[in-house]
Design a protein around this ligand. Structure first.
Ligand code: DGN
Length: 270
């Protein structure tokens, strides 16, 4: 048995990195819909249709649970994924980032950055305010961060300039917590932190989702042979609906280890 995750491209690999870290004994199947990326600039109807297709694709692998490793899909199409997955447990990334931000903020002033679709859905504001009624949530779309991360322009001056352009307005708002509401953004965490200043706590939902996955598998008694010696090493299978146009080195950077192979599937339309 394996558990599955999907992203509209390669962004969800930043969550795979945390899963491999926290659950090294589990088998992971990743599906990136590179044929139809990006999702973050598409309409809610299209994103929901794609999310249903992606879920069908993952169900073929008989998963223990499905992680929606994409904020855009978590924000706009989680109910559709849950409905399609039927009795398979589904974890989204918004809830994880929102609870963590609500737990760590001291001033109650939180900012969230994400794709235009995630930000217009106001999913983070809603989720944070459910946990912390008097929170002030500022949501900001940073669309250029996705291509910059995919191009591997991590330390480039252009990235720094764009980060300053987007994030300077946050500096006057005296926020103390910033949520990375897109799975591509952890790749740019360093430049984002440098731009907003070290006094602001940056939340990467990937770590929380991986911990929630561990809790769920543990509570359901579904963890892979915890006590086996030597502990088994889980497998990682990567599927994409089209050859990813990013370099293997960029994918390796997202995932934190070298990617040697991946498979292509036919586009997931039903
Ligand atoms: N990484 C996806 C997210 O977390 O929203 C967005 C990817 C995209 O649409 N390009």
């Amino acid at each position: 048995q394996t558990y599955r995750r999907f992203d509209s491209g390669i962004g969800g690999l930043s969550i795979v990195k945390w899963l491999k870290n926290i659950l090294p004994q589990e088998d992971i199947v990743y599906f990136g819909d590179t044929a139809r990326v990006p999702y973050g600039t598409k309409s809610p109807e299209t994103i929901r249709r794609y999310a249903v297709d992606d879920t069908h694709e993952l169900l073929k692998h008989n998963p223990k649970l499905i992680i929606v490793a994409c904020n855009t899909v978590s924000a706009l199409a989680l109910p559709q994924v849950v409905q399609t997955a039927q009795n398979i447990f589904v974890l989204g990334v918004i809830e994880a980032g929102a609870s963590n931000a609500s737990a760590v903020t001291k001033s109650g002033k939180i900012a969230v950055i994400g794709t235009p679709a995630t930000i217009s859905s106001r999913a983070y504001s809603k989720a944070i305010k459910l946990k912390l009624h008097n929170a002030t949530v500022t949501e900001l779309a940073c669309p250029l961060f996705v291509p910059l991360a995919e191009e591997g322009l991590i330390e480039h001056p252009a990235t720094k300039l764009i980060a300053e352009t987007y994030l300077s307005q946050l500096i006057t708002l005296s926020i103390d917590t910033l949520v990375l509401g897109c799975t591509h953004y952890p790749a740019l965490k360093h430049v984002i932190q440098e731009t907003v200043g070290n006094h602001i706590r940056i939340i990467d939902g990937g770590e929380i989702v991986a911990k929630e996955t561990l809790n769920y598998l543990h509570s359901m008694n579904l963890l892979n042979t915890e006590n086996e010696h030597p502990r088994r090493t889980g497998t990682l299978k990567l599927f994409f609906s089209d050859a990813p146009r990013v370099l293997n080195s960029t994918m390796s950077q997202f995932i934190g280890s070298t990617i040697s192979e991946y498979s292509l599937t036919s586009p997931p339309e039903h």
